[in-house]
Design a protein around this ligand. Structure first.
Ligand SMILES: Nc1ncnc2c1ncn2[C@@H]1O[C@H](COP(=O)(O)OP(=O)(O)OP(=O)(O)O)[C@@H](O)[C@H]1O
Ligand SMILES: [Mg+2]
Length: 406
């Protein structure tokens, strides 16, 4: 069933007839009370369409709330005059699609795409299909390089390792993509523990191959985890990590992106040399925040640092982990401190530490879990169909960053 929210009766009837063509029953609400009543009767509805008579702010508020309550419910907004600002706000709020109500094909296609995504998010075991994006499919020889996604936070314990491991599983999509998860926390890396892996070799062994690392050499350092997902693990002894410098990390990651569709990088909670080298070659910065004022303030500093380094804002995925924790901060408080609304929210759940202790990421164990869905949605929404412009790196701006961090 599709739920249509449209205050104007004539427009509502026309749109209901159009949406009905897609083979779905349509229920129409004329005001927020009616909408709430329909959804209370039918929790988990996959598609809510806000017609042109609804205020975009209403749609945004609904989508932002829904993202926490039931991320599988897609919100589509119909607006004839959607400018860049509205589109940006809509995307940030979690509205999946904005379509022109006068263009029936665009409306039906937008609803179709949203329903497809909902189906994937609500899947009972089938992994999300990330294949047809510009970088999504397997590489043809000589094709586009893979994309490097770096998970970072300027405060410890924000959930970097949790998010990196779960995101890597989601991106691998049961073997449909080749993903490498790299643990750059060379002193206290815990990807191996989080996945219950015992590394025979890892990043520290790349030191001996510096400047002449090739595909065979890099493959010899990997520890396979599950179909489509390999790991490059941190040294077991913290002192071995001292040998791993920025240039080597750059060499490893540049080679890895030619061998994998996605390279997911877990980082330490500070701008170490290896982490800085990773930032230079990163395509997507997944910046983690947690709902406490000190962490949020640190996150804002991290965002400002990325700005100073010239990494474009559209490459950042600001993610609030443990969203919804009862800590007295409203979404408005979060946005005020961060100065941007988060793109994604990952709920807080006691199942996360349990899964870490078990050594199996939730996305592998329970793909329908709200935490798994939130992380899969980051993959689908931000890493699947983002345009291909490769960010500029090796800019020699690290001196600037060193000054920034004092
Ligand atoms: N969404 C969540 N809900 C509940 N607990 C969480 C969530 N995300 C992370 N945690 C818990 O927070 C703790 C820290 O998580 P994690 O190790 O992933 O953080 P980190 O940023 O990698 O830490 P470090 O800076 O030490 O590397 C873990 O016990 C984990 O289980
Ligand atoms: Mg960690």
């Amino acid at each position: 069933m599709t739920v249509l929210y449209e205050p104007w009766p004539v427009t509502a009837a026309e749109l209901a007839a159009l949406l009905g063509q897609a083979g779905h029953a349509v229920r129409t609400a004329a005001d927020p009370v009616g909408l709430a009543a329909i959804l209370a009767e039918n929790p988990g509805e996959p598609l809510v369409v806000f017609g042109p008579g609804a205020a975009p702010a209403e749609a945004a508020a609904f989508a932002a709330e829904q993202r926490l309550r039931g991320p599988a419910t897609g919100v589509v907004l119909l607006r004839a005059d959607a400018g860049a600002d509205l589109l940006r706000e809509a995307l940030r709020a979690g509205i999946r699609e904005v379509a022109d109500p006068h263009d029936p094909v665009a409306v039906l296609e937008a609803c179709g795409r949203s329903l497809e995504l909902s189906q994937r998010l609500a899947y009972g075991g089938a992994p999300p299909d990330l294949s047809p994006g510009p970088y999504g499919g397997r590489e043809a020889p000589g094709g586009q390089p893979g994309r490097i996604v770096t998970v970072l936070a300027t405060k410890g314990g924000c959930g970097k390792t949790t998010v990196a491991t779960n995101l890597a599983v989601a991106l691998a999509a049961g073997g449909r993509h080749r993903v490498l998860l790299v643990d750059l926390d060379v002193e206290f890396g815990d990807v191996a523990i989080a996945l219950q892996l015992t590394p025979e070799r890892g990043l520290a062994d790349a030191v001996a191959m510096a400047d002449r690392l090739d595909e065979t050499g890099l493959r010899s350092l990997l520890t396979p985890y599950r179909p489509g997902l390999d790991t490059l693990l941190a040294p077991v002894r913290p002192t071995d990590g001292e040998q791993v410098g920025g240039p080597l990390v750059g060499e490893v990651l540049r080679l890895a992106r030619d061998m994998f569709d996605y390279v997911v990088v877990d980082t330490p909670p500070h701008f170490s040399d290896p982490a800085l080298a990773a930032l230079d070659v990163t395509d997507h910065f997944l910046v983690l925040a947690a709902p406490d004022v000190l962490t949020l303030k640190n996150t804002r500093i991290a965002l400002e640092t990325l700005e100073l380094l010239g990494h474009p804002a559209e490459r950042r995925i600001v993610t609030l982990n443990r969203s919804g924790s009862p800590v007295g901060l409203t979404p408005q408080d979060v946005e005020r401190v961060l100065r941007v609304p988060p793109h994604a929210h990952i709920p807080s759940s006691a199942d996360v530490p349990l899964s870490l202790n078990r050594g199996v990421p939730l996305t592998a164990d329970d793909p329908a879990h709200p935490v798994s869905r939130a992380i899969s949605e980051i993959a689908s929404r931000y890493l699947h169909a983002v345009p291909a412009e490769r960010s500029r790196r090796e800019r020699g701006r690290r001196g600037l960053l060193r000054r920034v961090r004092g």
